[in-house]
Design a protein around this ligand. Structure first.
Ligand code: FMN
Length: 365
């Protein structure tokens, strides 16, 4: 995993501790939990709100904190930030948090289309809410809806194959959202330059004890921890060994090193076909939501084409690297929001979500 998607120094630490057997399986309880989260729900069996929120919560979200609260009625759903789930060290201005709400809003609108309803998304600054207004029946289902259950962040080494130009065009057009643009980088020299920034920012984050402590708080080192919480970053989702928390937590700081993590990042980038960098027109929550929507559409279109992707956001998270990244991709003084690599590879274990009932507030939107 790139730094947060760690790790534990690969299999070395686990092997040294004689934990191969423990690490070998995810266990039936994890698979059952993942099956329950990613099940294709039938609209006949659920209320409209439950159906829409189920699909919204399958969206990408930073650290898998699921920082959202939903409320709504027949014609409107609101998504508000759950600030108890903020990550103030890696995300001091809540940029990633609002971007995550945008990802959820996009999935929610796509699910509405599967119910035949039109939708439009607005950011209500006064209410600090993303509002999805639902229109009348008769909308055609958006084809991206079908990919919601198969999308995942795939944090493995890919196979190095290039994505064909016509597929890149499909991704660009799927990602089109007002207030945000997408820059694709597929030439190797510039990919190496972006990699340099990723490695420098990654080392800066790993050298920061507060960053490491926050990350560790959201790591789930084994299936039981992951299932118990239904959130956070489960190590197997990044291809890393699992082990008891009482062993993993004390040794984490020793094996989570810049050298080890940077070697993984370099292999991941060099096996990828390109980078997608999402850039919002303005640096405020409304536009961060747009960036999240754009990413989610990109990710779903990629999934439908069999193209994998994963974030490597270090150079947008460590603020001092943003200007250099902006210069590299020619976006003037706009803020680069998200850095995503893409390419071809095998699926990884799915991540978990909390129950839908835990994120729905009673009362009108
Ligand atoms: C705004 C945002 C920032 C993210 N940053 C990273 C990142 O830097 N590295 C990474 O590996 N994943 C990152 N992720 C991916 C999340 O960790 C992932 O979506 C979450 O764990 C759920 O897993 P899934 O997307 O496979 O369902 C980010 C996601 C979002 C929406």
């Amino acid at each position: 995993m790139n730094r947060r998607h760690l790790l534990l120094g690969g299999g070395g630490a686990a092997a040294a501790l004689g934990l191969g057997a423990y690490a070998a399986t995810r266990g039936p309880s994890y698979d059952a939990a993942a099956d329950a989260v990613w099940v294709r729900q039938s609209p006949q069996q659920l209320s409209q709100l439950h159906y829409l929120v189920h699909h919204a919560t399958l969206a990408a979200n930073s650290h898998n904190t699921q920082p959202w609260l939903f409320s709504g009625g027949d014609d409107r759903v609101a998504i508000r930030p759950d600030l108890r789930r903020a990550t103030p060290v890696v995300d001091p201005d809540n940029h990633h948090l609002y971007t995550s709400l945008g990802c959820a809003a996009e999935n929610l609108g796509l699910a509405a289309s599967a119910l035949g309803r039109t939708s439009s998304v607005d950011f209500l600054a006064g209410e600090d809410a993303v509002q999805i207004s639902l229109g009348g029946s008769g909308a055609a289902p958006d084809r991206l809806f079908e990919a919601i259950h198969d999308r995942q962040c795939t944090r493995s080494v890919y196979d190095g194959r290039a994505v064909a130009p016509e597929d890149l065009k499909t991704l660009e057009s799927a990602a089109r959202i007002a207030g945000c643009s997408l820059v694709l980088v597929t030439d190797r020299p510039r990919m190496e330059q972006i990699l340099e920034l990723i490695l420098a920012a990654n080392a800066a984050q790993i050298a920061d004890p507060a960053f490491v402590a926050e990350l560790k708080h959201w790591l789930r080192f084994n299936a039981a921890e992951a299932v118990q919480h239904g959130d956070g970053l489960y190590s197997a989702c990044s291809g890393n060994p699992t082990m008891p928390g009482w062993i993993a937590r004390p040794v984490f700081g020793l094996v989570f090193t810049a050298d080890a993590e940077n070697a993984k990042c370099a292999a991941q980038v060099r096996s990828s076909s390109g980078f997608a960098v999402f850039v919002s027109d303005r640096d405020d929550p409304e536009h961060w939501v747009s960036a999240g929507r754009s990413y989610q559409r990109f990710a779903l279109a990629a999934t439908a084409l069999g193209i994998r992707h994963a974030f490597l956001n270090q150079p947008v998270e460590v603020a001092r690297y943003r200007p250099e990244l902006a210069a590299l991709i020619g976006i003037g003084d706009r803020r680069p929001d998200l850095v995503v690599r893409f390419g071809y590879g095998d699926a990884m274990p799915r991540s978990l979500r909390r129950p839908v009932g835990d994120v729905i507030l009673n009362g009108p939107a």
